[in-house]
Ligand binder design. Sequence first.
Ligand SMILES: [Zn+2]
Length: 483
Amino acid sequence: MKSCLASLLIVVFSGGGAHTEVSPVTAAVNLGDGTQQTDYEALSKEIYAELVTFRSIADMPENVKAAAEGVKQQLINGGFPAGDIQIVSPHPELGSVVARFRGQARGGGPPTKQPVMLMAHLDVVDALRSDWEFEPFELREIDGYFYGRGTDDNKAGIAHIVTNFIRLRDEGYVPDRDLVAVFTADEETSSDSIKYLVRERRDLVDSVFAINSDAGGGELFEGAPNIFNVQAAEKIYVTFHITATNPGGHSSRPRPDNAIYELTMALARLSEFTFPVDVGEVAGLYFERSSYFMDGLPAVDMRAVAKQPPDEAAAARLSSGSPYYNAILHTTCVATRLEAGHADNALPQTAQATVNCRVLPGQNPDDVEAILREVIGNEQIEVARANAPTGSDPSPLTEEIMNVLEPIVEEMWPGVPVIPTMSTGATDGNYVRNAGIPVYGVSAIFSDPDDSRAHGKDERVGVKEYYSAQEFWYRMLKRLSGG
Ligand SMILES: [Zn+2]
């Protein structure tokens, strides 16, 4: 893995020597307001708008399934045979889409190259009209942004893949390997769909590697593209229930021990604790490369944490200035929910906190649990796992993948470097990596890193950035498949 990362540096530094063909200009549609859209931009927006109208949340699985059916119909309308588009799920009420764009060997016959998986997810985190400026389940274009739940996470990815499948097919393009689109139904909750697909339906989704539209992207600096991120690793998600119990009694006669006090004292100790600094290969490369786009002390600090062993003081400065850097540099555990007591006039018999941990790749969740118990420092308090964590090794950034991405980035955004990143969140990609298929997060959507609205209020994506990413995916799908 190390040698692969070393070769990545050479690729990154080599800049844009390679030149690839520029896509043909498609017919433009005059929108009547002075702006022009190509046919495929218009199609993409139509698909995107339809997807956003589905309130495809975990509590409404019928909407997730309807979104899956809608995507299937779009592909059929675009000329794909219904038999190549499966709706599959481990749960009958849900539906994930697996769509195969069949390839052919260049000399004819079945492809000799293994398929590539293209990932996105249909479900979204719920959004309430009362929290938003406007209806969240309606695509709106305002002042250069597309607004709506799922515009960023992750319906743009589906629209980009579906539109480009249709565009490539319209152009008579035949890939030299199968391209397998996988749109899952429950990425935001259980990830059961992707686990099922990689474990039980490997025949449908087996691939040499996967490109995940649900991660990666690009950073805008003062509105201009600055860094192109490829997600090659992600943290492990593990949640604990921390529970203090007590015989309780009448609140008119308090006893010295109290479940709420014991739990809150444990949480106070946790709030003051920081896990040790740990900089893996992907994070090291991320800081090293990013340092060239920073000035002053942050740039010096980034280089200092990229060295082994990482500089502790530099890590502390970076962490205190940025929750994101803090999360890249450490495993984190944070209290997210609290529940205690059963009556206003009774001593609490139970007090429970939910503590969500994000474990760095390469670290063992068992060790994190042991540290957590030590920090809590009270053997009377129970620590139990709420979910079984799935770890995954970082995906090596091979020359093959860099030779696909880097020339397109150079063509579309000259001078913008390709930088590997580790996601602090977790996606379906984790389970795909865990199943032995490397995953690269490449949404190709640039945004302001300090204005992430995924899961939040007034989620949005820049209109220009949306269409650029669509074009990027077009060129990437071709380069991935011999075009
Ligand atoms: Zn997502």
